[in-house]
Design a protein around this ligand. Structure first.
Ligand code: MV4
Length: 498
């Protein structure tokens, strides 16, 4: 086991990783840009080094500077967190070449999963269901024929893309050529590579992902699914584990496929398989994320596995401490991403000083935060400043707990996404769990001021849901039936309308 770890990241995830190091008895090294001199991760680490000006290109993305600090400080391992260099194969390779352990997958795995066409091909070869589409990069002369074969509507995606960047929907054959040209131009501009491919468009699907852990000795386990359908412009805002749409049987099936897929590409460390789950219960591989994800805590809360501590153990050569049958998810976890944005003004980033801060605590509440009272939120970086995660025995208990924790959370001086999350927690569609990836943008309208009576109704409905789930001694699953009966009972509480 190494003795000193460098965390090549900032904000809440840097603090999260530093905490894991602390618990493992490892010395810690932080790095920071000029804008982050007073950041929480800098205060938390044993040592901290400035790596350049505020723009990421000149600091957090500088491989040379990070390796220089690692050498100088004597760090034997680097954890990249998420974003920045976490999925950069050159960085993983440079660490390997320097004899520094990269706490993540091998560079080869990052490379093959980074190319979405290659990822699709290797997943197909491993028996993973993929969306019907092109097996190779698309040639212009075959586009019309291939599109006809796949059928409309379809999606054009960039091979070098991912996370929704450079995607284009085509609903009619007459739009194919112009969409293809536009997609290529966009891909060339954004990634320097105009390779695109086509997939059948899967509509009204949920985004379900499976977390896996793989050690260096060929052992692979999965930690179940996360439901990530509550997104806005490809940014997740709320995640949960488990998903109301995934039965024990489906979880076992998706998990086994993810494990097999990870083994087939000789994957090591933590990784996530993203799937689309359609309304008929069919699932299709989308992408593999070869990093620690923002939403990893919901999985930690229901499995009891500390994913970050395990990543460090894996990088040091330890064997996984669990067999698949040891992993028994328990209860329900929900995460709300707290961003410094104004939800009432199109999520406009809102920087400035955190004048007052009061964080929720108490049973089943976890806060992963990168801020403190007096901290200056800079506009140079991602607006996510903290994550609020709750655990409950059942989903309704988790929702009621999240409502309570959001009410306790006071951040003064900047605009945050907290009021947005409160309205989602009060929405009946969220409570029933009957949502998909189109919910936020197509079915949810933020109210300028939430009516007190709406909140009251929501509280009553959530409480009834809780009693329902307790009475049945099971987690409330997606069921129109449960929904209707609770509405009937809620109505008796006083003239409520759906
Ligand atoms: C899709 C899709 C429908 N059909 N592929 C968006 C992010 C990237 N990982 C892939 N994405 C999608 N791929 C097919 N064949 C719909 C999406 C998609 C989406 C996926 C997950 C969560 C939110 C989404 C929002 C819009 C589109």
């Amino acid at each position: 086991m190494f003795k000193k770890v460098l965390v090549a990241n900032r904000g809440e995830i840097a603090v999260r990783i530093l905490r894991a190091c602390e618990e493992r008895g490892l010395a810690t090294v932080a790095v920071y840009s000029d804008a982050d001199r007073n950041a929480l991760h800098v205060r938390y680490a044993d040592e901290a080094y400035n790596i350049g000006p505020a723009p990421s290109r000149e600091s957090y993305l500088r491989i040379d500077k990070l390796l220089e600090v690692a050498r100088k400080a004597g760090a034997e391992a680097i954890h990249p967190g998420y974003g920045f260099l976490s999925e950069n194969e050159d960085f993983a390779e440079a660490c390997e070449a320097e004899g520094i352990a990269f706490i993540g997958p091998p560079a080869s795995a990052i490379r093959s999963m980074g190319d979405k066409v290659e990822a699709r091909r290797s997943m197909m070869a491993a028996g993973v269901p993929v969306v019907p589409g092109t097996p190779e990069g698309l040639r212009d002369d075959e586009a019309v024929a291939v599109a006809t074969q796949i059928g409309y509507p379809l999606l054009i995606k960039a091979a070098a893309g991912g996370g929704g960047k450079g995607m284009r929907t085509v609903r009619r054959p007459e739009d194919l050529i112009s969409s293809l040209d536009a997609a290529r131009r966009e891909a060339k501009n954004a990634f320097g590579d105009d390779t695109v491919y086509m997939e059948k468009l899967v509509e009204n699907a949920r985004h379900i992902e499976i977390q896996i852990l793989a050690d260096q000795h060929g052992n692979v386990i999965h930690l179940g699914e996360r439901e990530c359908s509550i997104q806005r412009r490809h940014q997740k805002l709320i995640e949960e584990a488990p998903s109301v749409a995934v039965s024990d049987e489906l979880r076992a099936r998706m998990g086994a496929i993810a494990v097999r897929a990870a083994q087939s590409v000789k994957y090591v460390n933590a990784g996530t398989f993203e799937f689309l789950l359609d309304r008929d219960g069919n699932f299709y591989f989308l992408e593999m994320n070869t990093r620690l994800q923002v939403e990893h805590p919901v999985t930690e809360m229901v499995t009891g596995v500390d994913i970050v501590k395990e990543m460090i153990a894996i990088a040091s050569g330890r064997k996984l401490r669990w067999k698949q049958e040891d992993i028994r998810p328990r209860g329900w976890a929900i995460e709300c991403r707290i961003t410094a944005e104004d939800p009432f003004n199109n999520f406009m980033p809102s920087g400035g000083r955190v004048v007052t801060l009061s964080e929720p605590t108490g049973p089943g509440v976890r806060v992963e935060s990168g801020i403190y009272e007096g901290f200056e939120v800079s506009l140079y970086y991602d607006p996510m400043i903290a994550k609020l995660i709750v655990w409950g025995e059942t989903r309704p208990e988790a929702i009621l707990r999240m409502r309570r924790a959001l009410r306790e959370y006071k951040i003064g001086g900047i605009k945050t996404s907290i009021p947005f999350h409160q309205q989602i927690m009060d929405s009946t569609r969220f409570m029933w769990g009957t949502f998909d990836t189109t919910f936020l943008e197509q079915r949810f309208a933020l109210q300028a001021t939430e009516k007190p009576e709406n909140k009251e109704i929501a509280a009553i409905v959530a409480t009834l849901l809780l009693h329902e789930s307790e009475r049945r001694a099971l987690t409330v699953r997606q069921s129109a039936d449960a929904g209707t009966s609770i509405w009937k009972r809620a109505s008796r509480w006083g003239g409520l309308r759906v």
